[in-house]
Design a protein around this ligand. Structure first.
Ligand code: SAM
Ligand code: SF4
Length: 330
């Protein structure tokens, strides 16, 4: 039977699609986009929901079993909830997860629960209202925190993504660990990556080593947890705490050897590595009238040409630091 799989030349099978549904956002996080002057895609440049669905179905026929919905902020796109409802019935798709900045409302949370979405990642870089504002350039801490509590009460498995940076939120690292004492959530600390939509980026002073040392100096008896083979985070727990935490070497890139991800941007750009250039644009191929066999061929080729790791991918491409994560699909 014709049943191709997405396996690159280093033997990694791609089973996880990160699907960006919009490049727009109601926040302006300093590490993701400039405060002003973002040049968002026009509506007709975005993949329509029908195109997003058809491409998702194609990916599932190629062995993708998990899709993460991301952006931009997924919940700012009108029509997102009916799309998710339809996607949740896609044959072959075992799991849908979502990444959001936490400005989704109670009604949306209810629908996510109804359609069987169980896991959600919320970006939260500070537990302090003022620092939250400095980081996101929006005064929305209370709304985001309330959504997190609502998600936990509704039974979601919640992960918090926290981008760690000097002069921004070092004071928040230990309070985040304390949050895991009573709440069964996982906080993941990330190194800042060079995708802020501008030319200015300096390698992070806080790498995974510094983050770990900082936490271990207060909690010397951390327990290391088992993680899935394709996990990007190294996970730990303070003994007796309800939740856990993880550290993601997103700039150091120590996890590329087991990476199982592929990304489709909101305007159709297909990336086999976050640090590399797009391999092709599936929207353009789709709108040029290519059939599913030819699209499948384009995806298989992109995967075959996948670089070994994020350093090789970055070297093949000069514009990385100019891109915003909201365009790449975080
Ligand atoms: N708007 C949603 C959110 O913020 O969760 C989804 C999209 S956002 C681009 C996805 C993730 O990328 C967020 O957790 C965000 O913190 C992370 N991110 C964005 N820019 C980053 C950067 N330059 N370095 C590290 N992480 C980044
Ligand atoms: Fe928006 Fe998410 Fe980017 Fe922040 S990280 S600006 S919330 S897309």
């Amino acid at each position: 039977m014709h049943n191709p799989q997405l396996i690159d030349k280093y033997g990694r099978q791609l089973t996880y699609l990160r699907l960006s549904v919009t490049d727009r956002c109601n926040f302006r996080c300093y590490y993701c986009m400039p405060e002003e002057g973002m040049d968002f895609a026009a509506r007709q440049e975005l993949l329509s929901f029908e195109e997003l669905y058809d491409l998702s179905a194609l990916f599932c026929s190629l062995g993708i079993t998990k899709i993460r919905i991301t952006g931009g902020e997924p919940f700012v796109r009108a029509g997102i909830m009916p799309f998710l409802r339809k996607l949740s019935q896609l044959p072959g798709l075992e799991e849908i997860t979502v990444t959001s900045n936490g400005t989704l409302n109670a009604k949306q949370i209810k629908i996510l629960q109804e359609i069987g979405i169980r896991k959600i990642n919320i970006s939260l870089d500070s537990l302090d209202r003022e620092r939250f504002f400095q980081i996101t350039r929006r005064d929305s801490f209370d709304a985001v925190y309330a959504s997190i509590l609502n998600l936990l009460n509704t039974g979601f498995e919640v992960k918090l993504n926290c981008v760690v940076a000097e002069n921004k939120n070092i004071q928040d690292i230990l309070p985040f660990i304390e949050l895991t004492k009573d709440y069964p959530l996982a906080v993941r600390f990330l190194e800042e990556m060079p995708f802020n939509g501008s030319d200015s980026f300096q390698a992070p002073q806080w790498s995974h080593h510094e983050i770990y040392q900082h936490i271990a100096s207060t909690h010397p008896n951390l327990e290391k947890l088992e993680s899935e083979p394709s996990s990007t985070s190294v996970n730990y727990q303070v003994p007796g705490y309800a939740g856990s935490f993880g550290i993601i070497p997103s700039f150091s890139r120590t996890f590329c050897g087991t990476c199982n991800r592929i990304r489709l941007g909101a305007t159709g750009e297909l990336r086999t590595c976050l640090y590399g250039p797009p391999a092709t644009n599936l929207r353009d191929l789709l709108r040029a009238g290519l059939g599913s066999e030819q699209l499948e061929q384009a995806i298989v080729e992109a995967v075959a040409n996948r670089e070994k790791d994020g350093f090789a991918a970055e070297a093949s491409h000069s514009a990385a630091a100019h891109e915003s994560m909201s365009v790449l699909g975080g």
